[in-house]
Structure formats: structure tokens, C-alpha cells
Design a protein around this ligand. Structure first.
Ligand code: ATP
Ligand code: MG
Length: 177
């Protein structure tokens, strides 16, 4: 099973220079006072999985560079690298997915090699990180709206996250056969 082991950041939002977030376990909890950067961790994950600026709480990608929020960016670029661990019994494999912005343009790398966004998202999907499934990341303020969904809607949401919706017609066919 694949899980996120570590995030390496460089000049991204509240992190100045190169810093490491983690290591994470299969279940990890991040705690901190208001404004300490908890949501920035979610933003880092979204950024490195190819999200656009509008969903990253900024107007332009360049606003994500450390210091840009006060008009004093410390660099022209920022990077987030997600280090995934795939552990099957005794074997452990690592895969790194990184995105760098220089100004407003993005560059994507898998294990250090530059790739297109399409290749990047495809490879993420291959290791089980489904970026097109909405609600995989539940943001601040969204917990209540998910809890208040009616059961059918909530079931649809979990079916979409687990991708079992795509198998629903096959399942129905087999059930009636
Ligand atoms: P809360 O508990 O209130 O939700 P939080 O821990 O989720 O807080 P975040 O929203 O992750 O906090 O972080 C906010 C902090 O990030 C602020 O202190 C802000 O100054 C800092 N920040 C945001 N953008 C940048 C940036 N481009 N450069 C430096 N710091 C930034
Ligand atoms: Mg927050």
C-alpha cells in the first residue's frame, strides 16, 4: 500500500529555504496554533498533485513563494516534493513527485526526471493517488457540509473516492446474472 512518507518544501508559503515535513506514518496528525501552517501542509499536497492557484488560496501561483504574501518573495521559485512509500511485505519502494514554480510557470518531475503534467497525473494515478476524485482532501470548513450530506450523497462521494463507481455497472450485471 502506498502512503505519503515525507514532504520536502523549498520556499513554499510559510517555509523558508529547504525544509522537511514528516516523516508521516500511515496515520498522522498535525497540530498547531492558529496561523502556524497546518492548512499550508494541505496546500503543499494539493500544489504538488497539480492543483491550480484558485484552489490553493492564492490568486497567482507566484503568491505561493515564501514572502510573496507581504510583497517580498525570497526567491523566484518554490518547490514541493511528495515522497511516497510503497511497502509490500518486506519490500519498500520510494517514488518522488515534485512540482516547481518559477514565477507562474510549473515544472513537474517524477524521481528527478522532468515530465509533462499529463504524464505526471497519470503516474500519480498509477500508484493510487487519484487527483480527479474530489473530496479526497477534506478542507477546513468542509467537514460539516460532508457530515450533513444525505446518506445517498455521502455514499456517492465514497464511491467516487474509491473509484468503485466505475465498477458499479459491472457489479450490477454480475449480481443479476
Ligand atoms: P488555522 O488554525 O487558523 O486554520 P493554520 O495552522 O491552518 O491556521 P495556515 O493557514 O496554514 O494556518 O497558515 C497561515 C500562515 O501562513 C500565516 O501566518 C501566513 O503568514 C503564512 N503564509 C501564507 N502564505 C505565505 C507566504 N507566501 N510566505 C510566507 N508565509 C505565508
Ligand atoms: Mg487552517
Amino acid at each position: 500500500m502506498v502512503f505519503l512518507k515525507q514532504i520536502d518544501v523549498e520556499n513554499f508559503k510559510s517555509w523558508r529555504g529547504k525544509q522537511t515535513i514528516g516523516p508521516f506514518l500511515r496515520f498522522s496528525c498535525i497540530i498547531g496554533t492558529n496561523g502556524s501552517g497546518k492548512s499550508n501542509v494541505m496546500d503543499a499536497i494539493c500544489f504538488a498533485t497539480g492543483e491550480r492557484s484558485s484552489t490553493l488560496r492564492v490568486k497567482h501561483l507566484r503568491d505561493l513563494i515564501h514572502g510573496a504574501h507581504t510583497g517580498q518573495p525570497v526567491s523566484r521559485s518554490a518547490t514541493v516534493c511528495l515522497r511516497y512509500c510503497n511497502k509490500e511485505e518486506e519490500e519498500e519502494e520510494e517514488a518522488s513527485f515534485s512540482r516547481t514554480i518559477t514565477g507562474d510557470s510549473s515544472e513537474y518531475r517524477i524521481n528527478g526526471a522532468q515530465v509533462t503534467l499529463v504524464q505526471y497525473l497519470k503516474q500519480l494515478e498509477e500508484i493510487g493517488i487519484i487527483t480527479k476524485a474530489q473530496n479526497c482532501l477534506v478542507f477546513q470548513g468542509a467537514v460539516e457540509s460532508i457530515a450533513l450530506k444525505d446518506p445517498k450523497e455521502r455514499t456517492k462521494m465514497f464511491e467516487s473516492i474509491s473509484q468503485s463507481r466505475e465498477l458499479a455497472s459491472q457489479y450490477e450485471q454480475k449480481k443479476t446474472a
